[in-house]
Design a protein around this ligand. Sequence first.
Ligand SMILES: N[C@@H](CCC(=O)N[C@@H](CS)C(=O)NCC(=O)O)C(=O)O
Length: 309
Amino acid sequence: MSEFILHHYPPSPVSEKIRTGFGLKALSWWSVEQNRLPDRPELFAMTGGYRRIPVLQIGADIYCDTQCIFREIEARSPDPSFFPNRSAGLPFAFSRWTDGELFDAAFRVAFAPVAENLPAAFVADRARLYIGPNADLGKEFADLPHTLAQLRPQLGWLEERLQIGHPYLLGDTPGMPDLSAWFIIWFVNERYAQADEFFLEFPMLNAWAERMAAIGHGTSMPMTPVEALDTARAANPATIEHHDPLDPQGLKPGMNATVTPTTDSGEIAVAGKIRATSRDTIALTIENPVCGQVAVHFPRVGYRVSVIE
Ligand SMILES: N[C@@H](CCC(=O)N[C@@H](CS)C(=O)NCC(=O)O)C(=O)O
């Protein structure tokens, strides 16, 4: 029986990275479909309110952000690797580009032209999250030619890489960089009405996208949010206390702390007790009557940890 429980929703592009990651490793997983708006009481009880999707749950260990999710899936199921061709480390640096400047342009291209036809609450929510407190989607729509001019050369970089002649970005086998680029192409293709025309100049990228789509999602089995919560309550976190003596902030297990994304996205701070720290991750212990005790894992890059005195 699979230990992987993925909280996601089908149109979520960032979740598509992980779904295809399960496909790459031919894994089976439990699929918990969450609401597209932040009405996710069972999940929020387990994450302390972390706002984003996807979230990976393994018993009473909860992994937030795809940085942590990739790391954990790789640790538990290393073969075939997300890091082929001895590429360890570099894919995380690569994903800072795809999650940052590349996603930023893709979001505007996918969202601005259709925003008028979407429910107002959904548009307001996503505009605040991805563009900021002064988001103006009318302006974004008017600025679409500029945004396309930002997106186009970045896709050109991928096209140039694929022109070398290997089927995937790192060579003959797909890895995390392919997944990190794939979710962008998937997102633009799904949402941007002129995508076919826009992608015409990228034949290698189109052929690669067909290979990526063919990887599939592994084998998923449905699970309800309540069943996932019951699974967490019935388990104990597997993460043991760990102190990193080189931690630049002097973080130690037992300290009370909050974790907040460093972007200006209006997201809440998740509060808990530090359980384990490393160069790359932090785990907070969160305890409440709804989910019992859980360990919630976050990346360090892109998140601020603040100690509560
Ligand atoms: N840095 C995060 C980004 C995740 C993200 O932005 N996900 C989108 C869905 S594709 C999201 O959470 N949107 C708001 C929501 O679904 O509530 C990660 O890598 O997991």
